[in-house]
Write a protein that binds this ligand. Structure first.
Ligand code: ADP
Ligand code: MG
Length: 246
């Protein structure tokens, strides 16, 4: 295992909504309760983390129980794994290996406001997906062009992108998002700003599967963005993590 560094500070967490799933205090508890695939637990063990952070304890059960979430948790509190673990636990077989076209194609979309953030998420995603043959694509001009070939795009499982890049591909008719089950907005405050909101709305509209799960993660959520988020989400649970000693 890598050096996991100093333990994470503990945080005060509030979760509001209907039928909020119980938080899981340990990764072992999560595994037992939700039957997390062993490859995922093994990859997780590599990080050497002793226990889930506050947002992970609360957020992972919520997402694994197929609920929508608005999660507000400070920078550095482990938001990335809060959504990557449930998405990967739910993903199933790689599209490329599937014999039928049912239940395949892009099944998770992760949006970030900048290319740099998308790049970081992509790296984390690859680390956690080790040993699985999922195709995890960091969307760029170049990868978007390769997806113009239907044979290529049918084999993609997860896309990580900025909103603008994805909207361009949708408008160009080079992307099918009708089978997406998980739509994650990371650092959502900037993307829910009126200036960018129409891009998000276009992506949400393209993710037309009735079982779509939506998740909003951010360090802060200004009132306007929060209102938009709560309207976009379906019966969401709102989780707020605050530093205990501040
Ligand atoms: P955020 O998105 O909330 O800013 P990140 O997901 O980038 O936070 O995680 C911040 C740091 O904490 C990263 O180095 C990550 O690897 C580490 N980390 C994530 N989960 C845990 C955990 N359960 N215990 C210790 N460190 C963790
Ligand atoms: Mg983050």
């Amino acid at each position: 295992a890598e050096d996991a560094g100093p333990p994470m500070p503990r945080h005060k967490v509030t979760a509001k909504g209907s039928n909020v799933p119980a938080a899981a205090e340990t990764f072992e508890e999560l595994r037992k309760r939700y039957d997390i695939p062993s490859h995922l637990m093994a990859n997780l063990a590599q990080y050497g983390y002793s226990r889930p952070t506050g947002i992970q304890s609360h957020g992972i059960p919520i997402l694994l129980e197929s609920r929508d979430i608005a999660a507000i948790s400070p920078t550095g509190t482990g938001k990335t794994l809060s959504y990557l673990i449930p998405v990967m636990a739910a993903l199933g077989a790689p599209s490329a290996s599937s014999k039928t076209q049912t239940g395949t194609g892009v099944r998770a979309v992760i949006l970030a406001p900048t290319r740099e953030l998308a790049h970081q998420i992509h790296n984390e995603c690859l680390k956690l997906a080790q040993g699985r043959k999922w195709r995890i694509v960091l969307f760029s001009k170049a990868t978007a062009a390769t997806l113009a070939d239907k044979n290529v795009r049918d084999k993609v499982d997860i896309i990580i992108s900025t909103p603008l890049r994805l909207v361009a591909a949708i408008q160009g008719g080079n992307l099918e998002l009708a089978n997406v089950r998980h739509l994650i907005l990371d650092e959502a405050d900037r993307m829910l700003d009126p200036e960018f909101l129409s891009q998000i709305e276009e992506i949400v509209a393209a993710c037309s599967h009735e079982g779509l799960q939506k998740a909003v993660f951010s360090a802060t959520l200004p009132a306007g963005a929060e209102k938009v988020a709560m309207q976009m989400l379906n019966n969401p649970i709102r989780v707020v993590v605050g530093l205990k000693d501040t």
